[in-house]
Design a protein around this ligand. Sequence first.
Ligand code: C2O
Ligand code: CU
Length: 471
Amino acid sequence: HGQRHYDFVIKESNYTRLCREKTILTVNGEFPGPTIYARKGDVVVVNVFNQGHKNITLHWHGVNQPRSPWWDGPEYITQCPIQPGGNFSYRIIFSEEEGTLWWHAHTAMDRDTVHGAIVIRPRRGTTYPFSKPHREIPIILGEWWNDDIGQVLADAISTGSDFQSSDANTINGQPGDLFACSGDGTFRLPVKHGKTYMIRIINAALTNGFFFAVAGHRLTVVGSDASYTKPFSADHVFIDAGQTVTALLKARRGRSNARHFYMASRPLATNPQATVDSSTATAVLEYVDAPAAPGDAAHGLPSLPAINDSSAAAAARTDFPDNPLSPFNFTADDLPPELALTARGTRVKVLEYGAVLEVVLQGTTILGGDSHPMHLHGFSFYMVGRGTGNFDKRTDPAKYNLVDPPYQNTVSVPKNGWVAIRLRAENPGVWFMHCHFERHMVWGMETVFIVKNGKGPNAKIMPPPPNMPRC
Ligand code: C2O
Ligand code: CU
Protein backbone atom coordinates (compact mmCIF):
# COMPACT_ATOMS: atom_id res chain seq x y z
CA HIS A 1 0.00 0.00 0.00
CA GLY A 2 1.24 3.40 -0.89
CA GLN A 3 0.40 6.22 1.42
CA ARG A 4 0.39 9.86 0.43
CA HIS A 5 -0.32 13.01 2.36
CA TYR A 6 -1.85 16.26 1.29
CA ASP A 7 -2.36 19.43 3.31
CA PHE A 8 -5.57 21.25 2.42
CA VAL A 9 -5.89 24.73 3.90
CA ILE A 10 -9.42 26.08 3.55
CA LYS A 11 -9.26 29.82 3.09
CA GLU A 12 -10.85 32.74 1.33
CA SER A 13 -9.10 34.09 -1.75
CA ASN A 14 -9.88 36.79 -4.28
CA TYR A 15 -10.58 35.76 -7.86
CA THR A 16 -11.54 37.87 -10.84
CA ARG A 17 -14.00 36.46 -13.37
CA LEU A 18 -16.40 38.24 -15.74
CA CYS A 19 -14.66 41.57 -15.05
CA ARG A 20 -15.27 41.57 -11.29
CA GLU A 21 -13.30 40.57 -8.27
CA LYS A 22 -14.94 38.35 -5.71
CA THR A 23 -13.93 36.50 -2.56
CA ILE A 24 -14.41 32.76 -2.78
CA LEU A 25 -13.66 29.83 -0.52
CA THR A 26 -10.70 27.77 -1.77
CA VAL A 27 -8.30 25.01 -0.85
CA ASN A 28 -4.72 26.34 -0.66
CA GLY A 29 -5.87 29.43 -2.56
CA GLU A 30 -6.55 27.35 -5.71
CA PHE A 31 -9.70 27.28 -7.82
CA PRO A 32 -10.43 24.60 -8.84
CA GLY A 33 -8.63 22.96 -5.94
CA PRO A 34 -5.61 20.63 -6.04
CA THR A 35 -5.76 17.25 -7.81
CA ILE A 36 -5.31 14.18 -5.62
CA TYR A 37 -3.30 11.39 -7.26
CA ALA A 38 -3.52 7.81 -6.07
CA ARG A 39 -3.24 4.24 -7.24
CA LYS A 40 -5.83 1.58 -6.71
CA GLY A 41 -5.24 0.15 -3.23
CA ASP A 42 -3.66 3.31 -1.78
CA VAL A 43 -4.67 5.13 1.35
CA VAL A 44 -4.36 8.91 1.05
CA VAL A 45 -4.35 11.15 4.13
CA VAL A 46 -5.66 14.69 3.69
CA ASN A 47 -5.03 17.06 6.59
CA VAL A 48 -7.68 19.74 6.44
CA PHE A 49 -7.07 23.05 8.25
CA ASN A 50 -10.08 25.33 8.34
CA GLN A 51 -8.85 28.90 8.09
CA GLY A 52 -12.18 30.13 6.70
CA HIS A 53 -14.99 31.74 8.64
CA LYS A 54 -17.52 28.95 8.52
CA ASN A 55 -17.89 25.27 9.18
CA ILE A 56 -16.74 22.88 6.49
CA THR A 57 -16.40 19.18 5.63
CA LEU A 58 -14.91 17.45 2.60
CA HIS A 59 -16.27 14.43 0.72
CA TRP A 60 -14.42 12.03 -1.61
CA HIS A 61 -17.14 11.56 -4.20
CA GLY A 62 -17.30 7.95 -5.38
CA VAL A 63 -14.81 6.49 -2.91
CA ASN A 64 -16.54 3.69 -1.03
CA GLN A 65 -14.57 4.18 2.20
CA PRO A 66 -15.01 0.54 3.24
CA ARG A 67 -16.23 0.25 6.85
CA SER A 68 -15.01 3.82 7.42
CA PRO A 69 -17.87 6.29 7.10
CA TRP A 70 -16.06 8.55 9.60
CA TRP A 71 -14.09 10.03 6.73
CA ASP A 72 -16.91 10.19 4.18
CA GLY A 73 -17.75 13.82 4.89
CA PRO A 74 -21.41 14.86 4.60
CA GLU A 75 -22.06 17.28 7.44
CA TYR A 76 -24.33 16.02 10.23
CA ILE A 77 -24.66 12.63 8.51
CA THR A 78 -21.31 11.07 9.36
CA GLN A 79 -19.51 13.89 11.13
CA CYS A 80 -19.83 17.27 12.76
CA PRO A 81 -18.23 19.91 10.56
CA ILE A 82 -14.72 21.24 11.07
CA GLN A 83 -15.16 24.59 12.77
CA PRO A 84 -13.15 27.71 11.88
CA GLY A 85 -9.66 27.31 13.31
CA GLY A 86 -10.10 23.54 13.57
CA ASN A 87 -8.54 20.69 11.66
CA PHE A 88 -9.30 17.07 10.80
CA SER A 89 -7.38 14.37 8.96
CA TYR A 90 -9.36 12.39 6.44
CA ARG A 91 -8.23 8.93 5.32
CA ILE A 92 -9.32 8.18 1.77
CA ILE A 93 -9.28 4.44 1.29
CA PHE A 94 -9.09 3.42 -2.36
CA SER A 95 -10.04 -0.24 -2.41
CA GLU A 96 -11.75 -1.08 -5.70
CA GLU A 97 -11.90 2.31 -7.43
CA GLU A 98 -9.84 3.04 -10.52
CA GLY A 99 -10.51 5.92 -12.86
CA THR A 100 -11.70 9.47 -12.37
CA LEU A 101 -13.38 10.76 -9.23
CA TRP A 102 -13.41 14.06 -7.44
CA TRP A 103 -13.62 15.65 -4.03
CA HIS A 104 -15.79 18.51 -2.84
CA ALA A 105 -17.02 20.36 0.23
CA HIS A 106 -20.14 18.78 1.70
CA THR A 107 -21.47 21.75 3.66
CA ALA A 108 -24.24 23.95 2.31
CA MET A 109 -23.21 25.42 -1.07
CA ASP A 110 -19.46 25.49 -0.49
CA ARG A 111 -18.71 22.90 -3.13
CA ASP A 112 -19.36 25.62 -5.70
CA THR A 113 -15.67 26.56 -5.45
CA VAL A 114 -14.25 23.97 -3.04
CA HIS A 115 -13.68 20.98 -5.33
CA GLY A 116 -10.98 19.20 -7.29
CA ALA A 117 -10.13 16.06 -9.26
CA ILE A 118 -9.12 12.64 -7.94
CA VAL A 119 -7.05 10.60 -10.38
CA ILE A 120 -6.80 6.91 -9.50
CA ARG A 121 -4.29 5.02 -11.59
CA PRO A 122 -3.90 1.25 -11.84
CA ARG A 123 -2.12 -0.63 -9.07
CA ARG A 124 1.65 -0.46 -9.18
CA GLY A 125 2.91 -3.03 -11.69
CA THR A 126 -0.34 -3.08 -13.67
CA THR A 127 -1.56 -0.80 -16.41
CA TYR A 128 -4.62 0.53 -18.19
CA PRO A 129 -6.80 -1.81 -20.25
CA PHE A 130 -5.73 0.28 -23.30
CA SER A 131 -2.42 1.76 -24.35
CA LYS A 132 -0.96 4.21 -21.94
CA PRO A 133 -1.83 7.78 -22.89
CA HIS A 134 0.86 10.39 -23.37
CA ARG A 135 -0.64 12.63 -20.66
CA GLU A 136 -3.72 12.75 -18.41
CA ILE A 137 -5.59 15.95 -17.85
CA PRO A 138 -8.49 16.71 -15.49
CA ILE A 139 -11.22 18.79 -17.14
CA ILE A 140 -13.57 20.15 -14.49
CA LEU A 141 -16.92 21.52 -15.67
CA GLY A 142 -18.27 24.07 -13.23
CA GLU A 143 -20.20 27.30 -12.80
CA TRP A 144 -19.56 30.86 -11.73
CA TRP A 145 -21.91 33.25 -9.97
CA ASN A 146 -21.11 36.95 -9.64
CA ASP A 147 -22.99 36.96 -6.35
CA ASP A 148 -21.84 35.20 -3.25
CA ILE A 149 -23.15 31.65 -3.45
CA GLY A 150 -24.50 31.73 0.11
CA GLN A 151 -26.54 34.76 -0.92
CA VAL A 152 -27.88 32.91 -3.99
CA LEU A 153 -29.19 30.19 -1.68
CA ALA A 154 -30.56 32.67 0.88
CA ASP A 155 -32.41 34.57 -1.88
CA ALA A 156 -33.94 31.39 -3.27
CA ILE A 157 -35.12 30.36 0.20
CA SER A 158 -36.55 33.76 1.12
CA THR A 159 -38.41 34.23 -2.18
CA GLY A 160 -39.40 30.58 -2.53
CA SER A 161 -38.11 30.58 -6.11
CA ASP A 162 -35.49 28.60 -8.00
CA PHE A 163 -31.79 29.52 -7.81
CA GLN A 164 -30.84 32.34 -10.12
CA SER A 165 -28.88 30.79 -12.97
CA SER A 166 -25.12 31.03 -12.89
CA ASP A 167 -23.49 33.95 -14.71
CA ALA A 168 -21.18 31.62 -16.60
CA ASN A 169 -20.24 27.99 -16.88
CA THR A 170 -16.59 27.14 -16.61
CA ILE A 171 -13.93 24.69 -17.77
CA ASN A 172 -11.16 24.31 -15.19
CA GLY A 173 -12.42 27.45 -13.48
CA GLN A 174 -12.55 29.63 -16.63
CA PRO A 175 -15.59 30.74 -18.68
CA GLY A 176 -13.52 31.02 -21.88
CA ASP A 177 -13.33 33.28 -24.91
CA LEU A 178 -17.07 33.93 -25.32
CA PHE A 179 -17.19 35.95 -22.10
CA ALA A 180 -16.05 39.50 -21.36
CA CYS A 181 -12.67 39.89 -19.61
CA SER A 182 -12.14 36.12 -19.82
CA GLY A 183 -9.97 35.41 -22.88
CA ASP A 184 -6.65 35.80 -21.07
CA GLY A 185 -7.49 33.10 -18.59
CA THR A 186 -9.06 30.56 -20.99
CA PHE A 187 -7.83 27.06 -20.14
CA ARG A 188 -5.40 25.83 -22.81
CA LEU A 189 -4.41 22.22 -23.20
CA PRO A 190 -1.11 21.86 -25.05
CA VAL A 191 -1.00 18.79 -27.34
CA LYS A 192 1.29 17.37 -30.02
CA HIS A 193 0.39 15.67 -33.28
CA GLY A 194 0.09 11.90 -33.12
CA LYS A 195 -0.15 11.58 -29.33
CA THR A 196 -3.09 10.28 -27.27
CA TYR A 197 -4.37 12.22 -24.26
CA MET A 198 -6.59 10.95 -21.49
CA ILE A 199 -9.07 13.57 -20.42
CA ARG A 200 -10.76 13.04 -17.09
CA ILE A 201 -13.97 15.07 -17.29
CA ILE A 202 -15.77 15.89 -14.05
CA ASN A 203 -19.11 17.64 -13.71
CA ALA A 204 -18.73 19.65 -10.50
CA ALA A 205 -21.67 21.97 -11.19
CA LEU A 206 -24.38 22.69 -8.62
CA THR A 207 -27.25 23.02 -11.08
CA ASN A 208 -26.70 21.42 -14.48
CA GLY A 209 -25.74 18.42 -16.54
CA PHE A 210 -23.40 19.27 -19.44
CA PHE A 211 -22.77 18.29 -23.02
CA PHE A 212 -19.06 18.31 -23.82
CA ALA A 213 -17.19 18.08 -27.14
CA VAL A 214 -13.93 19.00 -28.84
CA ALA A 215 -14.08 20.56 -32.32
CA GLY A 216 -12.51 18.41 -35.04
CA HIS A 217 -11.91 15.45 -32.71
CA ARG A 218 -13.90 12.47 -31.54
CA LEU A 219 -13.69 11.14 -28.02
CA THR A 220 -13.21 7.49 -27.12
CA VAL A 221 -15.01 6.98 -23.83
CA VAL A 222 -13.13 4.41 -21.73
CA GLY A 223 -14.51 5.01 -18.25
CA SER A 224 -17.27 6.52 -16.23
CA ASP A 225 -17.10 7.23 -12.50
CA ALA A 226 -14.53 4.88 -10.98
CA SER A 227 -14.61 2.03 -13.47
CA TYR A 228 -13.75 1.30 -17.08
CA THR A 229 -16.40 0.88 -19.76
CA LYS A 230 -16.39 -0.97 -23.04
CA PRO A 231 -14.74 1.74 -25.15
CA PHE A 232 -17.01 3.61 -27.52
CA SER A 233 -16.52 6.55 -29.78
CA ALA A 234 -18.63 9.70 -29.55
CA ASP A 235 -18.49 13.21 -30.92
CA HIS A 236 -20.08 14.57 -27.77
CA VAL A 237 -20.91 13.22 -24.33
CA PHE A 238 -23.48 14.18 -21.72
CA ILE A 239 -22.28 14.18 -18.12
CA ASP A 240 -24.77 14.69 -15.35
CA ALA A 241 -23.95 16.61 -12.15
CA GLY A 242 -21.56 14.59 -10.02
CA GLN A 243 -20.61 12.13 -12.75
CA THR A 244 -17.24 11.70 -14.40
CA VAL A 245 -16.23 10.47 -17.84
CA THR A 246 -12.75 9.29 -18.79
CA ALA A 247 -12.05 9.64 -22.50
CA LEU A 248 -9.12 9.27 -24.87
CA LEU A 249 -8.52 12.09 -27.27
CA LYS A 250 -6.28 11.20 -30.20
CA ALA A 251 -4.47 14.23 -31.47
CA ARG A 252 -4.44 14.59 -35.28
CA ARG A 253 -1.68 12.77 -37.08
CA GLY A 254 -0.75 14.70 -40.16
CA ARG A 255 0.95 17.97 -39.49
CA SER A 256 -1.17 20.87 -40.48
CA ASN A 257 -1.26 24.52 -39.78
CA ALA A 258 -4.32 24.20 -37.60
CA ARG A 259 -3.11 25.16 -34.19
CA HIS A 260 -6.24 25.75 -32.13
CA PHE A 261 -9.44 23.78 -31.61
CA TYR A 262 -12.15 24.71 -29.17
CA MET A 263 -13.53 22.36 -26.58
CA ALA A 264 -16.85 23.41 -25.10
CA SER A 265 -19.40 22.54 -22.45
CA ARG A 266 -23.04 23.49 -22.73
CA PRO A 267 -25.65 22.77 -20.06
CA LEU A 268 -28.83 20.85 -20.56
CA ALA A 269 -31.06 23.47 -18.99
CA THR A 270 -34.74 23.86 -18.55
CA ASN A 271 -34.40 27.34 -17.15
CA PRO A 272 -35.90 29.66 -19.78
CA GLN A 273 -33.53 32.49 -18.77
CA ALA A 274 -30.56 30.48 -19.88
CA THR A 275 -29.34 31.25 -23.37
CA VAL A 276 -26.70 29.54 -25.44
CA ASP A 277 -24.53 32.65 -25.49
CA SER A 278 -24.35 32.99 -21.75
CA SER A 279 -23.90 29.32 -21.08
CA THR A 280 -21.30 27.81 -23.41
CA ALA A 281 -17.93 27.57 -21.69
CA THR A 282 -14.88 27.09 -23.89
CA ALA A 283 -11.28 25.99 -23.58
CA VAL A 284 -8.61 25.54 -26.24
CA LEU A 285 -6.76 22.50 -27.52
CA GLU A 286 -3.47 23.92 -28.71
CA TYR A 287 -1.13 22.05 -31.08
CA VAL A 288 2.17 23.35 -29.81
CA ASP A 289 4.07 21.75 -32.70
CA ALA A 290 2.02 23.54 -35.39
CA PRO A 291 3.18 26.87 -36.71
CA ALA A 292 1.24 29.83 -35.37
CA ALA A 293 -1.38 30.54 -37.98
CA PRO A 294 -1.78 34.10 -39.18
CA GLY A 295 -4.30 35.79 -36.92
CA ASP A 296 -4.11 32.67 -34.76
CA ALA A 297 -7.86 32.22 -34.97
CA ALA A 298 -9.34 29.19 -33.33
CA HIS A 299 -11.57 26.92 -35.38
CA GLY A 300 -15.29 27.17 -34.74
CA LEU A 301 -17.06 25.76 -31.74
CA PRO A 302 -17.69 22.03 -31.68
CA SER A 303 -21.27 21.24 -32.52
CA LEU A 304 -23.30 20.50 -29.42
CA PRO A 305 -26.99 19.77 -28.93
CA ALA A 306 -29.25 22.66 -28.03
CA ILE A 307 -29.57 23.72 -24.44
CA ASN A 308 -33.06 22.24 -24.08
CA ASP A 309 -32.48 19.02 -26.03
CA SER A 310 -33.22 16.38 -23.42
CA SER A 311 -33.49 13.55 -25.96
CA ALA A 312 -29.94 14.34 -27.09
CA ALA A 313 -28.85 14.16 -23.47
CA ALA A 314 -30.58 10.83 -23.07
CA ALA A 315 -28.86 9.49 -26.18
CA ALA A 316 -25.44 10.71 -25.07
CA ARG A 317 -25.57 9.56 -21.45
CA THR A 318 -22.30 7.73 -21.14
CA ASP A 319 -23.62 5.57 -18.34
CA PHE A 320 -25.97 3.81 -20.75
CA PRO A 321 -25.05 4.61 -24.32
CA ASP A 322 -26.89 1.73 -25.96
CA ASN A 323 -30.34 2.65 -24.76
CA PRO A 324 -31.27 6.14 -25.86
CA LEU A 325 -34.59 7.18 -24.46
CA SER A 326 -37.55 7.42 -26.72
CA PRO A 327 -39.88 10.41 -26.31
CA PHE A 328 -41.43 10.66 -22.91
CA ASN A 329 -44.76 8.97 -22.47
CA PHE A 330 -45.53 9.78 -18.89
CA THR A 331 -48.86 11.26 -17.85
CA ALA A 332 -50.30 12.27 -14.52
CA ASP A 333 -52.98 9.60 -14.76
CA ASP A 334 -50.39 6.83 -14.65
CA LEU A 335 -48.91 8.00 -11.39
CA PRO A 336 -48.90 5.25 -8.77
CA PRO A 337 -50.71 6.51 -5.65
CA GLU A 338 -47.66 6.10 -3.41
CA LEU A 339 -45.80 8.58 -5.61
CA ALA A 340 -48.55 11.14 -5.92
CA LEU A 341 -47.85 12.99 -2.70
CA THR A 342 -44.54 13.55 -1.07
CA ALA A 343 -44.36 13.72 2.69
CA ARG A 344 -42.06 15.43 5.10
CA GLY A 345 -40.03 13.04 7.12
CA THR A 346 -36.75 11.31 7.64
CA ARG A 347 -37.08 7.89 6.10
CA VAL A 348 -33.91 6.03 6.87
CA LYS A 349 -33.52 2.54 5.42
CA VAL A 350 -31.80 0.03 7.67
CA LEU A 351 -30.18 -2.90 5.84
CA GLU A 352 -28.77 -6.17 7.08
CA TYR A 353 -25.13 -6.69 6.23
CA GLY A 354 -24.82 -8.44 2.87
CA ALA A 355 -28.41 -7.80 1.81
CA VAL A 356 -28.90 -7.60 -1.94
CA LEU A 357 -30.69 -4.39 -2.69
CA GLU A 358 -32.52 -3.26 -5.78
CA VAL A 359 -33.69 0.35 -5.81
CA VAL A 360 -35.94 1.74 -8.51
CA LEU A 361 -35.77 5.51 -8.74
CA GLN A 362 -38.92 6.87 -10.37
CA GLY A 363 -39.02 10.36 -11.87
CA THR A 364 -42.43 11.92 -11.30
CA THR A 365 -41.99 15.34 -12.86
CA ILE A 366 -45.08 16.24 -14.81
CA LEU A 367 -44.53 19.82 -15.89
CA GLY A 368 -41.13 20.83 -17.24
CA GLY A 369 -38.55 20.07 -14.64
CA ASP A 370 -35.31 18.25 -14.61
CA SER A 371 -33.78 14.86 -14.60
CA HIS A 372 -32.08 13.97 -11.33
CA PRO A 373 -28.46 12.89 -10.92
CA MET A 374 -28.86 10.59 -7.93
CA HIS A 375 -25.68 9.88 -5.98
CA LEU A 376 -25.07 7.23 -3.34
CA HIS A 377 -22.22 7.42 -0.85
CA GLY A 378 -20.35 4.30 0.27
CA PHE A 379 -21.01 2.23 -2.84
CA SER A 380 -20.70 1.90 -6.53
CA PHE A 381 -23.76 0.14 -7.89
CA TYR A 382 -24.84 -1.55 -11.07
CA MET A 383 -27.35 0.34 -13.14
CA VAL A 384 -29.36 -2.57 -14.47
CA GLY A 385 -32.15 -0.71 -16.22
CA ARG A 386 -33.55 2.59 -17.32
CA GLY A 387 -36.76 3.44 -19.10
CA THR A 388 -39.38 6.02 -19.81
CA GLY A 389 -42.71 6.45 -18.07
CA ASN A 390 -43.59 4.49 -14.99
CA PHE A 391 -41.57 1.50 -13.94
CA ASP A 392 -43.62 -1.64 -14.47
CA LYS A 393 -42.53 -4.35 -12.09
CA ARG A 394 -44.15 -7.09 -14.19
CA THR A 395 -42.41 -6.34 -17.48
CA ASP A 396 -39.39 -4.05 -16.96
CA PRO A 397 -37.13 -6.38 -14.95
CA ALA A 398 -37.10 -8.78 -17.91
CA LYS A 399 -35.28 -6.08 -19.87
CA TYR A 400 -32.53 -5.52 -17.31
CA ASN A 401 -28.92 -5.65 -18.43
CA LEU A 402 -27.47 -8.30 -16.13
CA VAL A 403 -24.45 -8.95 -18.36
CA ASP A 404 -22.40 -5.76 -18.43
CA PRO A 405 -24.32 -3.04 -16.61
CA PRO A 406 -22.55 0.29 -15.98
CA TYR A 407 -20.93 0.53 -12.53
CA GLN A 408 -21.65 4.01 -11.21
CA ASN A 409 -21.90 6.09 -8.08
CA THR A 410 -24.16 8.70 -9.68
CA VAL A 411 -26.94 7.91 -12.10
CA SER A 412 -29.11 10.13 -14.21
CA VAL A 413 -32.82 9.54 -13.54
CA PRO A 414 -34.83 10.90 -16.49
CA LYS A 415 -37.47 13.42 -15.50
CA ASN A 416 -40.33 11.19 -16.60
CA GLY A 417 -38.66 7.84 -16.37
CA TRP A 418 -36.97 5.40 -14.04
CA VAL A 419 -33.66 3.82 -13.23
CA ALA A 420 -33.04 0.51 -11.44
CA ILE A 421 -29.82 -0.01 -9.51
CA ARG A 422 -28.48 -3.00 -7.62
CA LEU A 423 -25.88 -3.40 -4.94
CA ARG A 424 -24.84 -5.73 -2.15
CA ALA A 425 -24.88 -4.04 1.26
CA GLU A 426 -21.39 -5.10 2.28
CA ASN A 427 -20.25 -1.76 3.62
CA PRO A 428 -21.43 -1.21 7.19
CA GLY A 429 -22.03 2.42 8.07
CA VAL A 430 -24.31 5.35 7.44
CA TRP A 431 -24.48 6.34 3.78
CA PHE A 432 -26.10 9.37 2.30
CA MET A 433 -28.08 9.26 -0.93
CA HIS A 434 -29.18 12.45 -2.66
CA CYS A 435 -29.75 14.33 -5.85
CA HIS A 436 -26.54 16.07 -6.95
CA PHE A 437 -28.42 19.20 -7.96
CA GLU A 438 -27.83 21.32 -4.90
CA ARG A 439 -31.26 22.95 -4.97
CA HIS A 440 -33.03 19.60 -5.09
CA MET A 441 -30.97 18.40 -2.15
CA VAL A 442 -31.90 21.41 -0.04
CA TRP A 443 -35.53 20.89 -1.02
CA GLY A 444 -35.31 17.45 0.56
CA MET A 445 -34.28 15.02 -2.17
CA GLU A 446 -32.10 12.99 0.13
CA THR A 447 -32.15 9.91 2.32
CA VAL A 448 -29.80 7.68 4.26
CA PHE A 449 -29.04 3.97 4.20
CA ILE A 450 -27.74 2.42 7.40
CA VAL A 451 -25.95 -0.87 6.81
CA LYS A 452 -25.64 -2.94 9.98
CA ASN A 453 -22.53 -4.78 11.08
CA GLY A 454 -22.19 -8.35 9.88
CA LYS A 455 -20.47 -11.34 11.46
CA GLY A 456 -16.70 -11.55 11.51
CA PRO A 457 -14.06 -8.85 11.84
CA ASN A 458 -14.16 -7.78 8.19
CA ALA A 459 -17.88 -7.07 8.33
CA LYS A 460 -17.78 -4.53 11.15
CA ILE A 461 -17.47 -0.80 11.08
CA MET A 462 -14.03 0.48 12.11
CA PRO A 463 -13.80 2.49 15.32
CA PRO A 464 -13.98 6.26 14.85
CA PRO A 465 -10.70 8.16 14.89
CA PRO A 466 -10.00 9.93 18.20
CA ASN A 467 -10.01 13.41 16.67
CA MET A 468 -13.54 13.54 15.22
CA PRO A 469 -14.78 17.15 15.21
CA ARG A 470 -17.40 18.04 17.85
CA CYS A 471 -20.59 19.90 17.09
CU1 C2O B 1 -20.79 14.48 -4.51
CU2 C2O B 1 -23.05 13.70 -1.24
O1 C2O B 1 -21.92 14.12 -2.86
CU1 CU C 1 -32.80 16.41 -8.54
